[in-house]
Ligand binder design. Structure first.
Ligand code: FRU
Length: 525
């Protein structure tokens, strides 16, 4: 059962808001309670940015991350470390890599060297090799160009402790100012280790037989895709088109400015790779012409995302996670103990529809293990603005909402999370002007940065649909929306003044015909 009422109109909003102001003055702001995500990884304290060095081994998913342990703003970079056995809850570990005389430890990757091609292990041990960028602040200050190079470190205890290689750097700077974020992977097709890194306006490809000696192969991307800012944090891997044996190669390439709704964003390219050169697929070239870039996520808070290495073939998933923030305001978000969190882990798939390839992403299935209660709303029709569920039934700090809408008209469909102090987070789609939207312009605390919510974020609706499938993950300070099984994704953070208390739906002129709505409560200890 749901209550159907027009909520928060005219004078009612004012009265509620006034009483809440009084109540608020009495409230002691508890950052942990109000803002610490329930099921998105955050460091216990201080600054975090990009995910790094993700690998799987013996039941553990490892996540390293850009970390500055002395402040809540960016500083000399270390690699922090966290481990999960199910990709959903994480245990933070001690710091894995510290800066040294060669520089800060910028972003990079890790692989499990099963056949000990590197020779770092004796006996039956499997070394884990990490490659990162050395960023030398001294050379940078001196105005030199060559202040970034690539170094490696190895671990003989499954990623818990690391030894930096004496022969570092393994790749010297070739005279390129921005030269960073190496992503290594085993290439089973060409029987080699591949590595891609970002070099200003392009991605550079390398290969190796032993993870120590790297050979430059080719570059990609100078005049292709979005170049409003420099490129950072690439990833490169083969993937089969879902349900077929056709293999395509994906280059994921984050860009520091010019994201789909401003600031940082993550674009991708689809093509082929002959072991040396990455060539864009011809069908994809056409899409790029129309769109300039294809985006993994249209929200403003999914950056520098890459995939896990060494996922067993029996699992076979491409697992991806991004940093849930944006360089336009990351250092200013209103948390004082820690800064920023990661997205939920997502499974990436490549689909092909009418000769068009596209990446789709969905939350990992492991999230289902955290469902503690499900409210089945089923099929129903909404006339006017309708509250679907309130805090009397659910705790809004961790929800997984799934439903479909049928008989979609040329109308605007809006869903809203809100509280009694007037904060609202709205999302939905405008099927007249053909875009999805995510509106945090009234979502609570916005004052920390005028770059945080200057506009409503949108994503183009590329194809006509009569029905739509929607899934929403709501944490205390983030929303992740997956439309049509992850064909369009929007991820954003928000900072309400009080917890969210209700969820409503409305359309402008026609009814909203909801099918199979289930609201899952997620529970974490
Ligand atoms: C991306 C990035 C990387 C770099 C790291 C430094 O967010 O700028 O290019 O390695 O952050 O922390």
């Amino acid at each position: 059962m749901f209550i159907s009422l027009i909520l928060l109109t005219g004078c009612k909003v004012k009265q509620v808001a006034e009483s809440m102001v009084l109540e608020q003055n009495k409230l002691i702001f508890n950052e942990e309670e109000l803002y610490r995500p329930k099921f998105h990884f955050t460091p216990k304290q201080n600054w975090m940015n990009d995910p790094n060095g993700m690998f799987y081994l013996n039941g553990n998913y490892h996540l390293f991350f850009q970390y500055y342990p002395d402040s809540t703003v960016w500083g000399p970079m270390h690699w922090g470390h966290a481990i999960s056995t199910d990709l959903v809850t994480w245990k933070e570990q001690s710091i894995a890599l510290f800066p040294d005389e060669k520089g800060y430890i910028f972003s990079g990757s890790a692989v499990v060297d099963i056949n000990n091609t590197s020779g770092f292990a004796g006996g039956s041990k499997k070394p884990v090799i990490a490659m990162f960028t050395y960023h030398n602040p001294k050379l940078e200050k001196e105005g030199k160009i060559e202040y970034q190079s690539q170094g490696i470190a190895y671990s003989l205890d499954e990623g818990m402790t690391w030894t930096k290689y004496v022969g570092n750097p393994v790749i010297k700077n070739p005279g390129t100012k921005d030269f960073r974020d190496p992503k290594m992977s085993w290439d089973p097709i060409h029987n080699q280790w591949n590595m891609v890194l970002a070099a200003g306006d392009k991605s550079m490809f390398y290969n190796s037989k032993n993870l120590k000696d790297w050979k430059y192969l080719s570059t990609f991307g100078k005049d292709i895709g979005s170049h409003r800012g420099i490129w950072e944090c690439p990833d490169f891997f083969p993937i089969s088109v879902d349900g077929t044996n056709e293999i395509k190669w994906i280059l994921i390439q984050s860009v520091v400015a010019g994201g789909p709704n401003g600031g940082t964003g993550t674009q991708y390219f689809i093509g082929d790779f002959d072991g040396k050169i990455f060539t864009l697929d011809t069908t994809f070239k056409k899409e790029l012409k129309a769109e300039k870039a294809m985006w993994i996520d249209f929200g403003r808070d999914n950056y520098a995302g890459v995939t896990w290495s060494n996922i067993p073939a029996t699992d076979g998933r491409k697992l991806f996670l991004g940093w849930m923030s944006n360089w336009e305001y990351a250092e200013k978000v209103p948390t004082n103990k820690w800064r920023s969190s990661m997205t939920i882990v997502r499974e990436l798939k490549l689909i092909k529809n009418e000769n068009q390839y596209r990446i789709v992403s969905q939350p990992v299935k492991e999230i289902n293990n955290y469902i503690s209660k499900s409210i089945k709303k089923g099929d129903f029709i909404i006339e006017g603005e309708t509250v679907l569920v309130t805090k009397s039934e659910l705790d809004f700090s961790s929800l997984d909402i799934r439903f479909k809408i049928k008989n979609i008209q040329k109308d605007i469909y809006t869903f809203s999370f809100f509280n009694a102090v007037g904060d609202s987070l709205k999302f939905g789609f405008n099927n007249k002007e053909k875009f999805f939207f995510l509106d945090r312009t009234k979502s609570g605390n916005l004052s920390f940065s005028d770059r945080f919510a200057p506009i409503i974020s949108i994503a183009p609706i590329k194809e006509e649909f009569k029905n739509i499938d929607i899934r929403v993950l709501l944490d205390k300070t983030s929303i992740e929306i997956f439309y049509n099984n992850g064909k369009t994704v929007m991820t954003e953070i928000f900072f309400p003044q009080k917890p969210i208390e209700a969820f409503s739906a409305k359309s402008e002129n026609f009814n909203v015909e909801i099918v199979g709505m289930t609201i899952h409560q997620l529970k974490f200890d």
